[in-house]
Design a binder for this molecule. Structure first.
Ligand code: PNS
Length: 162
């Protein structure tokens, strides 16, 4: 049984993430979405909201499970008997950071491979940070995120004091 991890901050999950997860789910027997508890920057959405939104977005995928982790990614993969890390790759600008992460993870545990799924062109422009910025200024997020994500972001930003 081939188990893959799709890790990320998912702050928030976007339609681009969902596309990559659906395609990973069609390749591997089981996909575990690993939501990093501690992201470098303070997340806009709390962990429980991020988990809930990812679970809702992936409810139609029978072989996909959602978990959070607060440890090294390779340890999380090992704990879940996964030997593949799947990351989405959008443009050349993603490459340097992704290459470094893949090399570091390989150094930490050579038994775990990182594989990349190329973003669909229709989502190549999409990022969680752009989505957060649009939400912060009240812009329209239709076709970028599921409706409940848009609602959650608007709620989160309406509570922020600048
Ligand atoms: O969605 P993101 O923010 O690009 O995801 C980054 C993430 C969570 C996959 C990465 O920061 C991560 O793997 N964090 C866990 C800690 C770890 O293993 N770090 C060493 C490898 S870079």
């Amino acid at each position: 049984m081939q188990i893959a991890i799709c890790p990320g901050s998912f702050d928030p999950i976007t339609n681009g993430h969902i596309d990559v997860i659906e395609r990973a789910a069609s390749i591997f027997d089981k996909v575990i979405i690993g939501i990093a508890e501690n992201v470098t920057k303070k997340p806009s959405l709390g962990l429980s909201d991020r988990i809930e939104l990812v679970k809702n977005a992936c409810a139609h995928l029978e072989n996909v499970a959602v978990e959070s982790f607060d440890c090294l990614l390779v340890e999380f993969a090992k704990r879940n008997q996964a030997n593949i890390i799947v990351r989405g790759l959008r443009a050349v600008s993603d490459f340097e950071h992704e290459f470094q992460m893949a090399q570091l993870n390989h150094k930490l545990d050579p038994s775990i491979e990182t594989m990349f799924i190329m973003a669909s062109p229709k989502y190549a422009y999409l990022s969680s940070s752009a989505v957060r910025e649009i939400a912060k200024y009240g812009g329209c997020l239709t076709s970028m995120v599921p409706e409940n994500v848009e609602i959650a972001l608007k709620k989160a930003f309406s509570q922020v004091k600048y």
